[in-house]
Design a protein. Structure first.
Length: 255
């Protein structure tokens, strides 16, 4: 059940893995064109170069998947030679782990911050804020759900083991599960397996993104912005559905 919980949670809460679509890297002063740094040594700007390579790897992994992607693909995408790429990342596996490490370092601390900032609020009270945050991130990174689904279908053991290699990494996610289960035990929510809750949320939030292109072409005349307004506008529907699902027996659905 634990791997299923992790997989469903990643689909729901994945954020900021693919925020940059242009060939840029981030400096302390903001977003700077990559060619500003091409003549700088690794000692002078190791974080910037590594960030640039990771951004290139994200785009390649999204397009081709881990198995089909090569280090040459990443080097070409980054605009550097394979020798330079190997200086930072010796293997494709290490590069994939670096991408997932960036993913988890953004996702899991955000969960803790939301929970700590609203320590007295219930999960259902936090749900609108959680959905606002993560639906916005998913919309800015539309290919991310497809990438994760493909990787989980291709080799779920590889994906989950790479993501959870550091046990500390997933502790905020496990604390979220514990909070939900604690509120269920206290009678604040209907008791059911947490995986059932997450699967409902994932189906409501993620599935439309997986079929975004045919939905947009067939029902919205190819208007991507119209699809975005529709999808982002589903947040109240998702909140209402989850509240109805988790409403304790005999109580009214909270507004």
């Amino acid at each position: 059940m634990w791997p299923l919980f992790i997989s469903a949670s990643i689909l729901l809460l994945c954020w900021e893995m693919f925020l940059h679509s242009r060939l840029t890297i981030v400096s302390n002063r903001g977003v700077t064109p990559y060619n500003t740094y091409t003549n700088m040594s690794k000692e002078n700007q190791p974080i910037n170069m590594e960030a640039h390579i990771i951004e290139a790897a994200k785009r390649v992994f999204v397009r081709k998947g881990f198995e089909a992607a090569t280090m040459s693909d990443v080097a070409t995408e980054a605009g550097i030679g394979r020798t330079a790429l190997h200086y930072y990342y010796r293997t494709k596996e290490r590069l994939f782990e670096a991408v997932l490490e960036e993913l988890s370092s953004g996702l899991f601390p955000n969960i803790d911050r939301i929970l700590e900032r609203n320590s007295e609020a219930t999960f259902l009270e936090l749900l609108p804020d959680l959905l606002d945050l993560y639906m916005g991130i998913i919309w800015r990174n539309r290919m991310l759900p497809v990438f994760i689904v493909n990787e989980l279908n291709r080799d779920p053991v590889h994906f989950i083991s790479a993501l959870t290699r550091d046990p500390e990494r997933i502790k905020p996610l496990l604390r979220l599960r514990e909070r939900i289960e604690r509120e269920m035990a206290a009678g604040l929510m209907r008791q059911m397996p947490v995986i059932d809750v997450l699967s409902v949320v994932v189906s409501l939030v993620i599935f439309p993104m997986l079929v975004r292109q045919p939905l947009t072409m067939i029902l919205m005349e190819g208007d991507e912005e119209r699809f975005g307004r529709w999808w982002l506008g589903r947040r109240p529907l998702v909140v209402d559905q989850v509240k109805a699902l988790l409403k304790p027996d005999g109580e009214e659905v909270p507004s």
